[in-house]
Design a protein around this ligand. Sequence first.
Ligand code: HEM
Length: 296
Amino acid sequence: MHRYAEQLMDEMLAKGKCELMNEVATRYVTLVIADLLGVPPEDRAAFEDQIARGQTVGSIENIEDATDMEAVYFIGGYMAKYLEERSRNPGSDLLSELATATYPDGSKPELLDLIKLATFLFAAGQDTSAKLVGNVMRYICDVPGLQQQIREDRELVPWVIEEVLRLEGSTKATHRLAVRDTRIGDRKVPAGSQAMLAIAGVNRDPERWGEDANEFKLKRPKIREHLAFGRGAHTCAGAPLARAEVITLINVMLDKTSDIRISEPEHGKPGQRDYPFEPSFIIRGLANLYVEFEPA
Ligand code: HEM
């Protein structure tokens, strides 16, 4: 992670500015997950291109087709090839683990299930982690005094990330299908119905977080009780990875600069910013974030 973060930032520093979402954040998280899974370096450009072309998950502009199936099939095709290769010739990556995994009774999972799992693992952490990088950087640049404070005390970086996950976690909602009649609070949920759970709303609930729930507050007590990664049996499997990715990239950005600023020509002056959010009912994040740097 550190190496990729440094490489990307060195490229950007040479220009003194960048569009953080596409030039750094998405490329970075794609390289990291590709490494962990074991996607060969020569195929990664094709993945990056496909992801750059695809629409954001949960698009409200294309509601009939809110999931980009083209990208899923594209990535799935590659995963099928890798899994077949690794089952014959396993290495030390995650794809090899999947390809050689067995159920407790010794039977092997269907190849199609493994392809879906590998594709989901690759895709699940793309937009979410990349959008979190943008959301965190926006707060670091826009909250008065915050950037200086975390430059002086890096222990605060994870606190900033947790508070941004609460206020603007990159997943706004998760869904459940009720398999039997049940209740959520005092609301009846009949078997067969679907529930959309508004994580973004829960994370700003004044009954839980107090009257300042809508405000950014550093070192908020019990901050890790936010629900940005869900809760229970289906808690985000990639939460530790996402946290490590964003902490590493933000620290490298701080190391290599003495100041990071939001571009005023692109987003306007402080207090009058104009940010292009993705039109999605699932993802909370920016389509673009233009920043300028002062090298360290
Ligand atoms: C900031 C980044 C991320 C956010 C905000 C996020 C958020 C979430 C949320 C809200 C859920 C649903 C939880 C539920 O329904 O109870 C989830 C599930 C999941 N996430 Fe993430 N995620 C992030 C990054 C990642 C990464 C990097 C990976 C893996 C590489 C990943 C893999 C998964 C998987 C496999 C599940 C399904 C778990 C299950 O159903 O058992 N996520 N994530």
